[in-house]
Write a protein that binds this ligand. Structure first.
Ligand SMILES: [Zn+2]
Length: 386
């Protein structure tokens, strides 16, 4: 892994498990050169973008750059909300019909996830075939260039795609074949993100960092990436919320969320993500907001069970392990996170049952503390009443 740190505003570059990561203000306009640098020699590309971006500057910059370089680009119908397996199959069909040699994904985590899986489906099978690793991913999936417009999921460097089936159940696909070949982090693409999404996505990334640093299968590289992520996100989040046009702060949030993505790619997520997925499957709300609420509910018992494990991440955000749960609650209060969950009529038992599904169990198993069902129900109940 080649890594070079640079002061804010200056370009940064690293390689992560076959993904070239480039960051810099305005880099999206140089996409064709970056495709070449990443070894993607495509003459025809399918562009997959958030529905919200169609007709907006962030996407036009990318389309103009491709056109200027003589690359034929077709824009697929925009992705709205969390992608369905059928949407991914549709994108793959479109890529085949157009003869796309690569996919360019511009958007939030949902769009990046959809494009990553569509690049595999374009070669073989249907999205559902790859859910929960039922079938191996093709080794010759189309290459993907990911240009995130939110600083949160880290999907631009992970080998995971989350899509839902027709009934809304989340299907995880996972494997090296899903890694983007190129990640372009251009803070100007995130400049128009409103305050609530800026906050929710940053809290998601911070949660990835905390969970990866304390994961049962953490490695030194995962912890190093997680600590850099936590420190950068915490140092820049409130500054960006005060001034949404602060591109230096936006750049730090993007780099931090990418490092947090690397950390979960190298280690994984723990119980707060299992709880957030369970909550989201019962009462849909933004993933980042639910993860923050889940952390707030579980951090004190997690830290109490394994204070030594949390010491490094606490140090990275400027506190100690004992102070970490209070520090996190204060952060949510200062950033005015909406704590309302709307859990009326929902029992803690149903939420905990949803945490114990096969897709959530590995996250519980990797958590620093092992919880009994009763304990989880007690911890979840106050959250539902908010
Ligand atoms: Zn997350």
């Amino acid at each position: 892994m080649a890594e070079r740190k640079a002061p804010r505003g200056v370009e940064r570059r690293l390689e992560h498990e076959g993904t070239l990561v480039r960051m810099g203000g305005g880099l999206a306009a140089g996409l064709p050169g970056l495709l070449t640098e990443a070894g993607i020699g495509a003459g025809r590309v399918l562009v997959v973008a958030d529905a919200f971006l169609v007709g907006r500057r962030a996407l036009d910059v990318v389309l103009d750059a491709l056109k200027g370089a003589g690359i034929a680009a077709e824009t697929a119908p925009g992705i709205a909300g969390e992608p369905k397996a059928a949407t991914v199959d549709g994108l793959a069909g479109r890529a085949r019909t157009f003869g796309a040699e690569a996919l360019v994904a511009v958007g939030g985590g949902s769009t990046l996830d959809a494009a990553k899986l569509a690049a595999a489906v374009a070669v073989r099978g249907r999205a559902i075939d790859y859910a929960l690793c039922a079938s191996p991913l093709p080794a010759d999936a189309l290459p993907v260039a990911a240009l995130p417009t939110t600083a949160g999921t880290g999907s631009e460097v992970t080998r995971t795609s989350v899509v839902s089936d027709a009934s809304g159940r989340k299907l995880w696909a996972w494997g090296d074949g899903l890694r983007p070949r190129l990640a372009v982090l251009d803070p100007s693409l995130t400049a128009s993100l409103p305050p609530d999404l800026t906050l929710w996505t940053a809290l998601d990334a911070l949660s990835h960092a905390i969970e990866a640093a304390t994961h049962a299968r953490r490695t030194d590289r995962a912890v190093a990436a997680a600590l850099e992520a936590a420190a950068m996100i915490v140092a820049s989040l409130e500054r960006v919320l005060d001034d949404l046009a602060d591109l230096g702060g936006r750049a730090d949030l993007l780099w931090g969320s990418m490092q947090a993505g690397r950390a979960i790619d190298l280690a994984g997520c723990t119980a707060p993500h299992a709880l957030a997925h369970a909550l989201g499957s019962l009462r849909p709300a933004h993933h980042g907001r639910l993860v923050a609420l889940a952390h707030d509910a579980l951090m004190a018992p997690n830290v109490e069970a394994a204070p030594g494990l949390f010491a490094s991440v606490a140090g990275a955000v400027g506190t100690d392990a004992e102070g970490l749960p209070g520090w996190f609650s204060d952060l949510l209060a200062r950033t005015r996170l909406d704590r309302g969950f709307g859990g009326e009529g929902l029992g803690a038992g149903a939420v905990v049952a949803a945490m114990l599904t096969p897709e959530n169990r590995p996250m519980l198993a990797a958590n620093p503390k092992s919880y009994s069902t009763d304990e989880l129900e007690r911890l979840v109940a106050p959250l539902l009443a908010a």
